[in-house]
Design a protein around this ligand. Structure first.
Ligand SMILES: Cc1ncc(COP(=O)(O)O)c(C=O)c1O
Length: 363
């Protein structure tokens, strides 16, 4: 996001910096209490302070969870397209990607992504130990419904697969978010939930996130897998996180309102001026997923990927994330991040429209 972090976080960091001593630190019991209350208030989710494991980053936690749940050679289920570090995590831990594509429908230029439950179940094999869920989903912006979560959570229980639910975008939502672990007590015992204030309050460089693991045996496995590899959270991380969760929510509400209007603006813009490009309407995150395959039908399919990637960068001076990085079903797609000022966003959209129009007339 291009937005300055909430002032109470800035003040808390300055005050802690003035202390002048930056040694190793103890974890913060007050922060545990604040998180316990937050989960109860937001999701009616009643966790214990000891269920929380502080970690410096969600990607580190994804990798740790894979090692905690499986052995080299085991399989990790991943739904594509997805945030690229999901795709590299199994091999980094000597395990194997078991990729199941999400499916989508299109109506009036709007893409709607869903889970193909039959394909999901068919992808499970005797070596599948872990399922990495992205919820809200990056890049499509889907917030999975309670029915979808229940169905997939129960399939994982049935096949003895631990769910690792990356819920880093849970606060940046335009509709109600339901954590996977709140679906049932059995699913809670089978889930590692990953959350953070980093996206929410635009403080990722503070290196603070947390896992909620209600199953003590699973929690112990996770902590053993961290040992000696994942560093402890630093004092600035604790300081920023406590200030964020205590005093950041007015700022957060204003950001969500702003992002919602920007999302609507992006949707209307594409529908009116660039209907050749289909897109998702995200329920959460600040990302829109664009299907760019149809505005340049004359480019041969096998060369499209190499052609589209530099097109918007060179012709519009707009940097999108290349869809193929999100897995095979992302080829020909691109991810647009709209968490910037309205004027910059409008400028980017205008430039994309002009580039597409120029392309159409020059053909
Ligand atoms: C779904 C998802 N998980 C994790 C991360 C990164 O988390 P961290 O910086 O804590 O490793 C991101 C950042 O874009 C993300 O979108």
């Amino acid at each position: 996001m291009d937005f300055r972090a909430p002032q109470p976080i800035v003040e808390a960091i300055k005050a802690r910096a003035d202390h002048g001593v930056f040694g190793y630190t103890m974890d913060d019991p007050q922060l545990r209490e604040v998180l316990v209350k937050r989960m109860a208030d937001r999701y009616n989710w009643h966790i214990q302070p000891e269920d929380i494991v502080f970690i410096p980053g969600v990607v580190a936690a994804l990798n740790t969870a894979i090692r905690a749940c499986g052995e080299p050679g085991d399989n990790v289920l991943i739904q594509t397209p997805v945030y690229p570090p999901f795709l590299s995590a199994p091999a980094a831990n000597r395990q194997i990607n078991n990729e199941v594509p999400l499916v989508y429908t299109e109506q009036n230029g709007i893409l709607h992504y869903e889970i193909d439950f039959d394909a999901f179940e068919a992808a499970i094999n005797p070596s599948t130990r872990t399922f990495l869920l992205c919820h809200p989903h990056n890049p499509t912006g889907r917030i999975w419904s309670t029915d979808e979560l229940k169905q997939i959570g129960e399939l994982c229980l049935e096949h003895d697969i631990v769910v690792v639910s990356d819920e880093i975008h849970c606060d940046l939502v335009f509709e109600q978010h339901t954590p996977m672990a709140t679906i049932s007590p059995e699913i809670a015992q089978n889930t590692i939930t990953l959350m953070a204030p980093s996206k929410t309050y635009n403080i990722p460089s503070m290196g603070f996130s947390f896992a909620i693991i209600q199953n003590p045996e699973l929690r112990q496995r996770f902590q053993m897998a961290e040992m000696g590899v994942v560093p402890h959270v630093g004092v600035m991380g604790y300081t920023a996180a406590l200030a964020a969760y205590q005093y950041g929510d007015d700022w957060l509400q204003a950001v969500i309102d702003y992002l919602r209007s920007s999302r609507d603006l992006v949707t209307e813009f594409f529908q009116e001026y660039l209907p050749q490009i289909k897109l998702t309407i995200p329920q959460g995150t600040y990302l829109t997923w664009l299907d760019t395959r149809q505005f340049a039908m004359d480019v041969p399919a096998q060369g499209f990927e190499q052609w589209i990637d530099p097109f918007f960068l060179r012709q519009a001076r707009v940097a999108l994330n290349k869809g193929a990085l999100f897995g095979k079903p992302g080829e020909g797609f691109a991810r647009l991040n709209f968490a910037t000022s309205r004027s910059l966003l409008l400028q980017a959209l205008d430039r994309m429209r002009d580039a597409v129009e120029r392309y159409a007339t020059q053909k």
